[in-house]
Design a protein around this ligand. Structure first.
Ligand code: SF4
Length: 404
């Protein structure tokens, strides 16, 4: 029997990971997610705080060491994204077949005239359309900064001069943010703090493997997304993770005997929260996520170099969940590792419609996993927070049924 998100009994809600009324940790997590709003950050900026659009998850310690709040770029399509996208098409003449992400970014930035967050930080190793749209963003009066592209596809390519170059780019970003070089002791401290958060996130994911239904896919995604920006409040995020760990330890004391289909989700959150709920309700569980890095930074080297090593290693492991670049190219190897470690029976490869990189990655993964005998489904979506189409729902359900 399929459960729905509107099921009313606590047992039913537990079955789909919707236990809002019984979990202090879930309530605290939801409050944290809601509190990380543009309005709040705008207020903080009006009171003198520094904030920047973007950041790339792996550079969070640097941003916090520069007393700067990272504002997740997904905040640009949280509200009325269709209007922003059509502005991107009609006013900025971005062809309709381009991905919804780039069109919405420029449309929203144009509409956000009153916003006091006027700076954008991005990494040159992301896709070409982003680099192009940043030129339009600049023409709209924003101050943009590009951390120049560095890529190391193999361990041999991670040469000392590559690491030094990336470290110097990070220093340049710090000077752009604050006017002076980063305080290295402070950066060391932020690296330690991010490592502590990553350890807790890993613990949550590990405990969840004992019974994925005690924490549904949507709150799990919120936990993972928090590793990018720490919800602007690292101390509170750490406290919420502690609460979650305590509750999960209790709830998973006896591993579930329920049978379900374990899956790996690669690349983004598969569209809207509703798509994730459809997966949960189809008696499947996402046991592996390729969305954000949860490995640890080295604490035994100069801190700027530690951040540089971190991103190069994470890219080569294919674990950052990025749409383009090394991380996307190598994603299949990371997915395969997770499948082997968790016993996942299938893979959902998610990409944004119109993303040229996403379609190449999906095709490569289809061929690769076919060779391994691991079933895979490609799911395309836009950045708009809309209900999945009937066709998408049907495809997910059919895929899960096929694996049952
Ligand atoms: S969806 Fe693809 S093309 Fe669009 S911004 Fe992301 S990586 Fe670039």
């Amino acid at each position: 029997m399929l459960m729905t998100a509107n099921s009313s009994s606590p047992a039913d809600r537990r079955a789909v990971g919707e236990q809002r009324d019984v979990s202090e940790a879930r309530v605290a997590l939801e409050a944290l997610v809601v509190s990380y709003s543009l309005e709040r950050i705008e207020r903080q900026v009006a009171e003198g705080a520094s904030a920047v659009w973007g950041g790339n998850s792996w550079d969070t310690p640097l941003l916090y060491a520069c007393d700067t709040i990272p504002v997740g770029i997904e905040g640009l399509w949280r509200e009325d994204s269709r209007t922003a996208e059509s502005l991107g098409e009609n006013m900025f003449q971005i062809p309709p077949e381009y991905c919804s992400m780039v069109k919405t970014i420029i449309g929203r930035m144009h509409l956000n005239k009153e916003s006091q967050i006027r700076r954008v930080l991005y990494f040159g190793a992301t896709c070409e359309p982003i680099n192009n749209v940043m030129e339009l963003v600049k023409m709209e009066g924003y101050d943009t900064f590009c951390i120049e592209n560095v890529t190391a596809f193999t361990a041999e390519e991670k040469r000392p001069e590559v690491v030094r170059f990336l470290a110097s780019e990070l220093q340049r970003a710090a000077i752009w943010l604050t006017g002076s070089p980063v305080d290295e002791d402070r950066l060391r401290e932020e690296i330690r703090r991010k490592n502590e958060i990553s350890r807790k996130v890993r613990q949550v994911l590990d405990l969840r493997l004992r019974d994925p239904f005690v924490l549904g896919s949507v709150p799990t995604l919120h936990v993972l997304l928090g590793t990018s920006h720490l919800y602007g409040d690292p101390a509170e995020f750490g406290r919420v993770l502690d609460l979650l760990i305590a509750e999960l330890e209790e709830a998973t004391r006896v591993p579930t005997t329920r049978t379900y289909i374990p899956l790996v989700l690669a690349g983004g959150g598969a569209g809207s929260a509703d798509t994730l709920r459809v997966i949960d309700e189809s008696n499947a569980a996402i046991v592996g996520w390729v969305i954000a890095g949860t490995e640890l930074y080295s604490e035994d080297m100069p801190p700027l170099e530690a951040v540089a090593h971190y991103v190069l290693d994470a890219q080569a492991r294919g674990e950052l969940g990025e749409g383009a670049g090394t991380s996307a190219t190598y994603r299949r190897f990371h997915v395969e590792r997770i499948c082997r470690a968790t016993g996942a029976k299938g893979v959902i490869a998610s990409a944004i419609t119109g993303c040229p990189y996403g379609s190449v990655v999906q095709q490569t993964e289809r061929d690769y996993f076919k060779g391994l005998g691991i079933p895979i489904i490609s799911l395309e979506n836009t950045i708009h927070k809309e209900r999945p189409t009937e066709e998408q729902i049907m495809r997910v359900r059919t895929f899960v049924e096929m694996l049952s």
